[in-house]
Design a protein around this ligand. Structure first.
Ligand code: HEC
Ligand code: HEC
Length: 357
């Protein structure tokens, strides 16, 4: 061991003494081959530069996605457990808990293609063919409601797709920006002394202290408790159709408020004329229907079981579910934390009914 240490020191000394050769190198190693360079040079730019030939459809993408991605990211990009969510999250970026997804947050489609091609599936990176990456990217667009189910993505139409949040990304060219200003950069001995001018807590990037957070959570749980209990207490075999309030009886102001609150649902649900299944089932005629009862939608086992166990959507069951989806239907795949404000729930129910729900 001592011997090799000595050798190491010796070669370090030799290295230091090695003269720079005429070609600017040190006479070490060899030039990378074209194949090696090509294997590294896989970045794709927003305008599509760097993309290989190829194409893939939403339809094909769904199949590959189910096979290789859904275990972690969920069938609909809603995520399993704490793996990243890939779909939805619209209108949440300025909220307390932004849901940053490909659809709500990412700037360019090239970011998606490049990332999936480079890094996914997690643990088996770069195992996908180019066509598979095209088709999965198309499917992720579909999950985010950005293309229809007959869409096919190819090198040719790639640059035509823009993601909704693109314009929120821009170069920070302010004079005072530490990153982009044209200030001359110092590369050696830049500061005589280092002074700490700010800490993360002050910059407000770390959550409030743990005690405050816990108190908040406890308060939230207390508020939800009565609802969960209500849901449990409800008699199970209430399968006969529930009377639905006539649309005329609905308070227009409430319906209007509900339209706003429904933005939380829009990434996944449609209701009204022409509503289609998206990440979640369409909500037309949902009231009076057993949970998980819409033909042609792939519910979770949990939701199907709830319906078979007698859960029917009425004002009370819907309110409880919307307040705390995972408490009322544990293991539902509706990746939604619940509606925070009580008054939004009444408004949502009115809005859904007013639109044929
Ligand atoms: C074993 C679990 C697993 C599988 C399977 C998997 N991923 Fe991921 N995925 C992850 C993890 C973990 C991250 C976060 C990685 C990180 O931040 O470094 C991630 C991140 C992502 C992201 C970025 C999400 C974001 O907003 O930051 C995308 C897009 C993505 N995966 C797509 C896919 C696709 C497409 C597949 C299938 C080809 C796939 N993943 C398969 C675990 C997985
Ligand atoms: C991130 C996507 C997502 C969001 C956001 C979301 N949902 Fe869902 N929702 C789903 C999915 C997926 C299901 C199917 C759940 C299952 O099968 O377990 C579902 C199921 C439902 C059901 C049961 C439907 C049935 O036929 O059984 C209702 C009702 C519902 N959602 C209402 C809402 C409302 C109202 C909102 C907004 C406050 C909302 N959801 C937000 C994805 C979402």
């Amino acid at each position: 061991m001592l011997k090799s240490l000595k050798l190491g020191l010796l070669s370090a000394a030799l290295l230091a003494a090695q003269p720079v050769l005429a070609d600017g190198g040190f006479g070490l190693g060899r030039a990378a081959t074209d194949a090696e360079v090509a294997a590294w040079d896989i970045d794709v730019r927003p305008d599509g530069a760097g993309l290989p030939e190829g194409s893939g459809s939403v339809f094909d993408g769904e199949e590959v996605y189910f096979e290789k991605c859904a275990v972690c990211h969920g069938d609909f990009g809603e995520a399993v457990g704490r793996w990243p969510v890939l779909a939805g999250g619209y209108d949440t970026l300025t909220s307390d808990r932004p849901v940053k997804t490909v659809g709500s947050y990412w700037p360019y489609l090239s970011t998606v293609w490049d990332y999936v091609h480079r890094a996914m599936p997690f643990g088996d990176a770069q195992s996908l063919t180019d066509d598979e990456v095209y088709s999965i990217t198309a499917y992720i667009l579909y999950l985010n409601d950005l293309v229809d189910d007959d869409f096919e993505l190819s090198k040719e139409n790639f640059a035509e797709v823009t993601l909704p949040n693109q314009d929120a990304f821009y170069m920070d060219d302010r004079e005072e920006s530490p990153v982009w200003s044209n200030r001359e950069r110092c590369m050696t001995n830049c500061k005589d002394s280092v002074e700490i001018v700010a800490r993360a807590a002050v910059l407000d990037v770390t959550p409030e202290d743990a005690a405050a957070r816990k108190a908040k959570e406890a308060k939230g749980a207390a508020a939800e408790e009565p609802k969960a209990a209500e849901a449990k207490a409800e008699p199970a075999p209430a399968a006969e159709p529930v009377a639905v309030a006539a649309v005329a009886e609905l308070d227009p102001a409430l319906v209007e408020a509900g339209e706003k609150a429904f933005r939380q649902c829009k990434a996944c649900h449609q209701v009204g004329d022409g509503a289609k299944n998206r990440v979640g089932p369409h909500l037309n005629a949902v009231f009076g229907r057993p949970a998980g009862g819409l033909d042609g939608f792939r519910y979770s086992k949990a939701m199907t079981a709830a319906g078979e166990g007698g859960k029917v959507w009425d004002d009370a069951t819907m309110a409880a579910f919307l307040a705390a989806p995972k408490k009322v239907v544990p293991k539902t795949k509706m990746a939604f934390r619940g509606v925070k404000k009580e008054k939004d729930i009444d408004a949502l129910i009115a809005y859904i009914k007013a639109n044929g729900g």
